[in-house]
Design a protein around this ligand. Structure first.
Ligand code: ADP
Ligand code: MG
Length: 626
């Protein structure tokens, strides 16, 4: 939503000249950055000391909370209070981390770190980082931040994306969209603006905690993600651990304490980074309480330690290429601080047979691309809306009575999109309903993909068809679907959030589309039959109930005649011919008209009994008051 600006009388700003401020945030496992595109330049916003990267570390002491470099200072002295790599734990479960020697979990069910300032969840830690970035950015900007594009690894699942959004919300940042990190990098290189007809692009992103490999096809300024792969638990942290273990081993520290482990890790990381430019490094290991105080590590020693990890990234690359049926790409983009390591660059170049693009700082490209995207999403570049906007690959709908699908959002709609439709109850006195969200192009629920189910309760009992339930489908810019059902009279509400594209690959989508075309005529018949049955059943049920209550309104012959029409309809229904069912339903409907009008008279009489005329008048007057 773009806010309307209200100007003082006589001081109206020129329409359309005011730039909205959107920022791009790379919320990294290891380092986080914030960038802004001001219409002319893309700036990665620095802190007062001139640092662009903010270590994704938060210190929760008894007296204070610190973020970034200030927090890192406490890593070896108060390891338990210093939380790093929280992104790895976003949207994950406690069980996955119970045996991790580097993490002290707080008690209780959920996943949280035990600190002197209390239990802190990964969402809270991430929110602290986002909030620090926002504060760092504000002095550089000419006005308030309208919203942010936050990047996430391509591998992030729905829960991890939701957790990222929660963190932003907690930090008071409006999320314009979550963008996959590799796509952001491609945008930063301006590859979307190149005039080439079509090109294939691989983005190799090796950061501190995650490895992503993505294959994108760029055509006429639009990116299509062909395949993604990688490992959400592989990165420079693993390099550090391997080297730390090597250091401790070389110093014969066989059972390191938590503090020794931290010191070794910090030393390892520093050494690894220095070995990017130096052939060998001497380091002071006095802090490890070892016998010797200095040790030398050569680049080739490091490379031997790293090679199994690098090989794992290459295996993932080959797998991803194979998945997409691609032999070669036109370009490779390097992303992530770990791609500074010469052995990594060389391995990637050999694997793809290409010199990778790395002229932009691999640590900053993701934030830069996100900033460009944010600028478009806040509305500063009219006419560019189509850039990177995705479409819904398959229609979304819900199950209605009779096992039929009511389509709410058509396939190929561009997102974000919102659609609402009203539904009603099928049975008298129905107080709840199950909303079953499905995806696909077929008419019957059983032929579609089931996405989610939830219940709406608290519908006041009414006759069938009287309740009004509004169901809204909302798909946001990163494909997350929220379905909500609201009963209009009481406001009873229930909702669910799903990511429809999750777990679906191109092949499955194509298959579902093909099935939709192939079965189109069969589906139309199935739908007609389903609808005819629903109508017939409703009429039969209604008549049966009415005869139990008001049977005395019919003579014996009338009741018998009606009964035989009902039997006839039941018999026809068993034969599954929609035209016959419709005909028999119509006959029965006509035959029951007299009965229905007698019932109507009786109910009016009942309603009027004991009601004074004056009450009635005032009721009517009230209803007419707007
Ligand atoms: P993330 O995306 O996970 O936040 P980054 O892209 O910031 O991570 O990369 C962080 C990783 O890059 C860390 O493991 C860090 O040690 C590594 N790194 C940073 N600079 C260098 C360097 N000069 N040489 C080798 N590795 C480096
Ligand atoms: Mg990164």
């Amino acid at each position: 939503m773009v806010l309307l600006q209200i100007a003082e009388p006589g001081a109206a700003p020129e329409v359309g000249t005011e730039r909205q401020i959107g920022v791009g945030i790379d919320l990294g496992t290891t380092n986080s950055l914030i960038a802004h595109f001001d219409g002319a330049d893309l700036n990665v916003l620095q802190d007062q000391a001139g640092q662009a990267s903010l270590p994704s570390v938060v210190y929760y002491g008894e007296a204070q909370t610190l973020v970034g470099f200030d927090a890192e200072q406490y890593a070896s002295v108060e390891p338990g209070n210093t939380i790093a790599s929280a992104k790895r734990m976003l949207g994950r479960s406690r069980q996955e981390f119970e045996n991790d020697p580097y993490i002290q979990l707080a008690g209780g069910e959920g996943l949280a770190f035990a600190t002197d300032a209390g239990a802190k969840t990964p969402v809270e830690v991430s929110a602290a980082i986002l909030s620090a970035l926002k504060h760092r950015a504000e002095p550089h900007l000419s006005g308030p931040i309208v919203g942010a594009v936050i990047t996430v690894p391509a591998y992030f699942d729905d829960a991890q994306r939701q957790a990222t959004r929660q963190a932003a919300e907690l930090a008071g940042i409006k999320v314009l969209r979550l963008l996959n990190e590799p796509t952001a990098a491609a945008v930063a290189y301006g590859l979307d603006e190149q005039a080439e007809e079509s090109s294939l692009l691989a983005v190799y992103d090796l950061g501190g905690g995650t490895f992503d490999i993505s294959l994108l096809r760029m055509r006429a300024g639009l990116f299509e993600v062909l395949a993604t792969g990688g490992d959400s638990a592989l990165g420079g942290d693993d390099f550090d651990r391997a080297l730390a273990a090597h250091l401790l081993d070389a110093l014969s520290v066989s059972e390191p304490t938590a503090v020794q482990r931290r010191v070794a890790l910090a030393l390892a990381r520093d050494t690894k980074e220095r070995l990017t430019d130096a052939a060998s490094v001497s380091l002071d290991v006095g802090g490890l309480d070892a016998v010797s105080s200095e040790i030398t590590v050569s680049r080739s020693t490091l490379e031997t330690l790293l090679s199994p990890y690098i090989e794992r990234t290459l295996a993932a690359c080959r797998q991803t290429l194979a998945d997409a049926n691609v032999d070669a790409v036109d370009r490779v983009v390097l992303v992530g601080g770990s791609t500074r390591t010469p052995a990594v660059r060389q391995a990637v170049a050999d694997c793809f047979g290409l010199d990778p693009l790395c002229n932009l700082d691999p640590d900053q490209v993701v934030a830069m691309g996100a900033a460009r995207q944010a600028d478009i999403l806040v509305g500063n570049r009219q006419g560019d809306e189509a850039l990177l906007l995705d479409v819904i690959p398959l229609s979304l709908g819900l199950e209605t009575y009779g096992g039929l699908v009511e389509r709410i959002v058509d396939r190929n709609s561009t997102i974000p999109i919102a659609r609402a439709q009203e539904f009603t109850t099928a049975r008298d006195g129905q107080t709840g309903l199950v909303v079953h969200v499905v995806q696909g192009e077929r008419e019957r629920v059983e032929d579609c993909r089931s996405l989610a189910r939830f219940e709406l309760t608290g519908i006041p009992p009414m006759v069938a068809g009287a309740a009004r339930i509004e169901v809204t489908f909302q798909v946001d810019a990163d494909g997350i679907l929220e379905v909500a059902a609201v009963e209009q009279q009481t406001g009873a509400r229930s909702e669910i959030v799903v990511r429809p594209a999750f777990g679906l690959d191109e092949v499955q989508i194509t298959q579902m589309l093909k099935a939709g075309y192939e079965h189109a005529s069969e589906d139309i018949l199935a739908r007609k039959l389903g609808e005819a049955r629903v109508e017939a059943e409703a009429l039969l049920e209604g008549l049966q109930a009415a005869m139990t209550v008001d049977g005395d309104l019919l003579s014996a012959e009338e009741a018998a005649a009606l009964g035989s029409d009902m039997k006839n309809l039941e018999a026809v229904m068993a034969a599954n011919q929609s035209d016959d069912i419709r005909e028999a339903t119509e006959t029965l409907g006509k035959a029951s008209e007299v009965f229905a009008s007698r019932r109507m008279d009786r109910s009016i009489q009942k309603a009027l009994q004991g009601v004074a005329l004056s009450d009635l008048e005032s009721e009517v007057a009230e209803e007419n008051t707007p």
